[in-house]
Design a protein around this ligand. Structure first.
Ligand code: LGT
Ligand code: MG
Length: 382
């Protein structure tokens, strides 16, 4: 795994190079195409960025399309190469300023996030520190919720997946709903039966409902299945609609959104509208570690908790530094991809991920040989 001790006199270490890889890993079957064609999820593409400096390599990643890898290579790599390897936030500002015409949200934000995470991982490795110890951590572990429950699962698979998390000691689980609302009552009953009365049940509508439909389902979900969290009942662009759900929906049902927050203004808009009971942020979309620390401050200023969306391996470290931490999404598809691509991925213990104190950076290493068959961009190093 290479050297792990601190580099003598890390001052003056420069970023010597950036390498970009993309791996497209087929889904394990049931997450495949919806027959209505609105969601075709046949593979998950991880964009992995390596930054080198001072004899160390930092690793970051995001989930997106192979175009995100191209954006890193063409737009961002030249900006950080030669930069101060101990100043990831300064390089973040340099990247953000430079991509204003290419586009800061969307692909630009995912690319920037992957590079930023790699730069923070590199800095931690140069200093011989686990990343969470380098960050202004206020927690040493992050509670998780199990997340999957895709709408095209057979009830048996849905029940097995949810019960598996409960058996692992995870006290809250999330399923997808609302894409085919006619099937949701039976699915919610199957889910509640599988997890018993004491596990919290969350639902993610992925913005599929109108405001009136969402209000109807919010009341039913809370009343009949004790659902505690309804994510994106309407589109997260509809901040007034989310606010309406908060104001008129059942008191015990929290409204959550934020996974499509790419720039700080996206989060400010949700918070200023009073749109969410709990904000979500994805460290691989919202500007990496540097961006997430900004979102965490904004959430604290609005006295709203923050929950991690997806990408558990990076989120476990980053969210230790979130004062108003709620929990982290232990998302089955990313767990599968991260365990395939990386050594050192954490498993939940007692319902939480606890980053190690004796492994520098994110504590992960790319499993090059196993990743290689899935490569869609870049070349194997060495
Ligand atoms: O919260 C989640 O995990 C989901 O919303 C996922 O992010 C994903 O399924 C969603 O982005 C989608 O449907 O593409
Ligand atoms: Mg979601």
């Amino acid at each position: 795994t290479g050297p792990t001790g601190p580099v003598g006199g890390a001052d003056g270490v420069r970023v010597e190079g950036v390498r970009v890889h993309a791996f497209s890993v087929p889904t394990d079957g049931p997450d495949g195409a919806e027959e209505d064609g609105t969601l075709r999820w046949e593979a998950t593409t991880a964009i992995v960025v390596e930054v080198q400096g001072g004899g160390r390599t930092g690793v970051g990643y995001t989930y997106g399309d192979v175009s995100t890898a191209g954006f890193v290579a063409s737009q961002l790599a030249p900006l950080v190469t030669g930069g101060d390897a101990l100043a990831p936030a300064a390089l973040w500002h340099r990247m953000r300023a430079a991509v204003r015409n290419a586009g800061r949200p969307g692909v630009g934000a995912m690319a920037l996030s992957a590079v930023d995470i790699a730069l923070w991982d590199l800095k931690a490795r140069l200093l011989g520190l686990p990343l969470h110890r380098l960050l202004p951590a206020v927690h040493d572990q992050v509670p998780v919720y199990g997340s999957g429950g895709f709408t095209n699962y057979a009830h048996g698979l849905l029940a097995d997946q949810l019960a598996g998390w409960v058996e692992q000691g995870i006290p809250r689980v999330k399923i997808k709903t609302s894409r085919r609302p006619g099937q949701d009552a039976a699915r919610l009953s199957a889910a509640r039966e599988a997890i018993g009365p004491d596990t919290e049940l969350f639902a993610d509508a992925n913005g599929a409902l109108s405001r009136k439909e969402a209000l109807y389902w919010a009341r039913r979900m809370a009343g009949e299945w004790d659902v505690r969290w309804l994510e994106e009942p309407v589109s997260s662009d509809d901040t007034a609609g989310l606010r309406l759900l908060r104001d008129q929906g059942p008191g015990r049902l929290e409204i959550a959104a934020g996974e499509y927050g790419f720039v700080l203004g996206d989060f400010a808009a949700l918070l200023q509208a009073g749109a969410v009971d709990c904000l979500q942020a994805d460290v691989t979309r919202c500007g990496g570690i540097t961006g997430l620390l900004q979102v965490a401050g904004l959430a604290a200023a609005h006295r709203v908790d923050l929950s991690a969306h997806c990408a558990p391996a990076a989120s476990a470290h980053a969210f230790c530094a979130v004062e108003r931490l709620r929990h982290l999404e232990y998302f089955h598809d990313h767990v599968r991809v991260e365990e395939l691509l990386f050594d050192g991925v954490l498993r939940p213990v007692g319902g939480a991920l606890r980053p190690a104190h004796d492994r520098p950076g994110l504590g992960i290493r790319v499993r090059w040989a196993d990743a290689e068959p899935y490569r869609v961009h870049g070349h194997r190093p060495g």
